[in-house]
Design a protein around this ligand. Structure first.
Ligand SMILES: Nc1ncnc2c1ncn2[C@@H]1O[C@H](COP(=O)(O)OP(=O)(O)OP(=O)(O)O)[C@@H](O)[C@H]1O
Length: 316
């Protein structure tokens, strides 16, 4: 366990060579990263690459089968999961959502709703909220108990472009106001929150990591999306030296194919940010978003959506 201290920059959680084995299959292996107070770490990677698994291992919801996870003693975690088991046939107000798992003093509930920008919606029915409002309600619920570490699994799901920017602005203001560490999970392989300190690209293991390049420097991007978007979103451009084949095997840069790959294989290019692989190009025009909302009354996946981006990568 990490020793307790209360200063910005202290490490809240760290994973070292973490592997999770389920049903005879390694869901992730060789995962290492850390989150410090005030730091924003974004996990990216395709569906099933182990983002949620790694985040759950980080906060202790899931026990790793190998490696080490160290958490600050007494670490308070606010977790917004990707899926919520809510019976949408029952009426549920925002106020009730806030206290589902435990009592909360009225003053603290109000402060959290206020911080999330939905204080005026406390008596609204959750099932009537828009995608962005629902995410705000979930975030309010998570920040109400003043966590040291906020874990957000797909916080912009089901949210349109301007809503996405507004939510990232909210996340930034939560971090600035509370100084908490933030572990963010994103489906997007290329565009991340500009405030992200470290991007970790997963594909069953850490493929690469680095800082996002800030797009605010690009006049082209600013012209297309406006300065607010450029301040909020950044491009994470990266290079992988191997390709994961549909059957789970791995093709390396030299053309050889192996059954698996892990960091200890020594063929990962960590910290490389060149945009050298055509398959990772991302078309920004119109932000390339196609958001299709599921009816959350019929799904346990609250406000699910399908992301379709032109130039979606073949992930290495
Ligand atoms: N308890 C479990 N038992 C067996 N397999 C599991 C379990 N939990 C997750 N998996 C599998 O592990 C893999 C990684 O899942 P995980 O949810 O971590 O991926 P992800 O990157 O978060 O995906 P997505 O972007 O689709 O949310 C998937 O193939 C998933 O089916």
């Amino acid at each position: 366990m990490l020793s307790p201290a209360n200063k910005r920059g202290e490490q809240l959680v760290s994973l070292e060579d973490v592997g999770v084995l389920r049903g005879g299959r390694w869901l992730v292996r060789g995962v290492d990263f850390s989150v410090s107070r005030g730091e924003i770490v974004t996990l990216i990677g395709p569906n099933g690459s182990g983002k949620s698994t790694s985040a759950k291992a980080a906060i202790g919801v899931l026990k790793p089968d190998e490696g080490r996870v160290e958490r600050l003693v007494g670490l308070k975690v606010g977790y917004v999961p990707q899926k919520l088991s809510i019976d949408w046939t029952l009426p549920l107000t925002v106020r009730r959502l806030m206290t589902l798992t435990g009592p909360l003093p009225e003053r603290e509930m109000h402060a959290a709703l206020e911080a999330a920008g939905i204080a005026h919606m406390r008596d609204a029915e959750v099932q009537h909220l828009s995608g962005g409002e629902f995410q705000r309600a979930l975030m309010a619920r998570a920040i109400a108990r003043k966590p040291d570490l906020l874990v957000l699994d797909e916080p912009v799901q089901g949210v349109d472009f301007s809503g996405e920017i507004a939510l990232y602005d909210l996340i930034k203001s939560i971090r600035n106001a509370s100084g908490c560490g933030i572990l963010l999970i994103s489906h997007d392989l290329h565009v991340v929150m500009a405030e992200t300190d470290t991007v970790i690209c997963l594909n069953g293991h850490v493929c690469c990591r680095g800082t996002p390049e800030t797009v605010s420097r690009s006049p082209e991007y600013v012209r297309l999306f406006g300065s607010r978007a450029a301040q909020t979103l950044a491009v994470y451009s990266h290079h992988h030296d191997h390709t994961h084949l549909p059957d789970g095997r791995v093709r390396h840069a030299d053309g050889s194919v192996t059954d698996y790959c892990h960091p200890e294989d020594g063929h990962h290019v960590h910290g490389t940010h060149e945009h050298t692989q055509g398959t990772h190009e991302h078309a920004h025009a119109g932000h390339g978003h196609a958001h299709a909302h599921d009816d959350h009354h019929a799904h346990d996946h609250a406000h699910g959506h399908a992301h379709s981006r032109s130039g979606e990568s073949r992930h290495a």
